[in-house]
Structures are given as structure tokens and as C-alpha cells.
Design a protein around this ligand. Structure first.
Ligand code: FES
Length: 157
């Protein structure tokens, strides 16, 4: 028997054990990283912004217009009324997709009806409805920093 073996474990056994513990550590770190990623927002909420939409570019009555870069959907309620709903998920801030039944978040599966009211998943509250103001020059200003009750419509004026 070699000198190494007399003292307990051979060098080979120690290296094997070290490798096994190293792999377990990596696996634990990977699992922890996946859990951390699940718990944290995958997108930034961003700074609230206001943006303009020309009245002449509004959708037809009953239609909607999506502003991907602003994460907003603009709804033409009737001839004189519009509404804007944020597409930022109230769970951790992913951008929700528009689906036939309303909105669905691709991150953790929250579901909202067509008014943005939560019908499933971890989202804690309704999608924010946004303030819309007429401004000079035949335009509407939509403020992504507001959060009004669902169903809030605005006169086009
Ligand atoms: S960010 Fe988690 S469900 Fe939307």
C-alpha cells in the first residue's frame, strides 16, 4: 500500500471527491440562479413617459392600436372616446401580449381580461389605465406614468 493510502484517502480519491463537490456546487448555483431569475423582473419598468398620437391616426371605433416601444394599447371606445392601457405586467414588469381573451404575460403566465383585470397567475393587480389629454395641434398625449381605474375613458374633444 502506498504512503498516500496509509493516511486515509488517496490523492485520486480526494480529486474525485473535490470534483464531485465542485459539480454539486455548480448545480446548486445554477438552480439558485434560475430561481433568482424567476423572482426578479426580466425587463425594466422604465421611466414614465408621455407620448403624442395624432387624432387623425386613431384606430376605427372598436379597434385598437399597439405602441410596442411605449408598451401601451390605445382603444377607440366610440366616435368620441378613447382609452389607453399599459402593457406592463403588474407582477414583475414583462410586456404582456394581446390575446383573444385579453392579455397574457409570457414570463410567469399571468392572464388579464380585455379590461386588464387579473383572471389568473401571479399578477397582483389590474393593468394600469393611462391618462390621455388633448393637446394643441390635433394630438392626444398619453402618460405612461399614470394608473387610473379600469374603464377610464377620455373624450377626444
Ligand atoms: S412578469 Fe410575472 S407574470 Fe408577468
Amino acid at each position: 500500500m502506498s504512503e498516500e493510502k496509509k493516511e486515509g484517502k488517496s490523492r485520486r480519491e480526494l480529486i474525485t471527491m473535490g470534483s464531485a463537490f465542485g459539480l454539486m456546487g455548480l448545480a446548486a448555483a445554477g438552480a439558485g440562479g434560475a430561481l433568482f431569475k424567476y423572482m426578479m423582473p426580466v425587463v425594466s419598468y422604465g421611466t414614465p413617459q408621455k407620448f403624442l398620437v395624432p387624432v387623425k391616426d386613431l384606430p376605427d371605433v372598436g379597434d385598437e392600436l399597439i405602441f410596442d416601444d411605449m408598451k401601451v394599447i390605445l382603444r377607440r371606445v366610440d366616435e368620441n372616446k378613447v382609452a389607453a392601457i399599459s402593457l406592463v405586467c403588474t407582477h414583475l414588469g414583462c410586456t404582456v401580449n394581446v390575446v383573444e381573451t385579453g392579455f397574457q404575460c409570457p414570463c410567469h403566465g399571468s392572464q388579464y381580461d380585455t379590461d386588464g383585470i387579473v383572471v389568473g397567475g401571479p399578477a397582483p393587480k389590474t393593468l394600469p389605465w393611462l391618462e390621455i389629454k388633448p393637446v394643441p395641434g390635433g394630438q392626444l398625449e398619453i402618460d405612461t406614468g399614470t394608473a387610473l381605474p379600469e374603464g377610464t375613458n377620455f373624450e377626444i374633444a
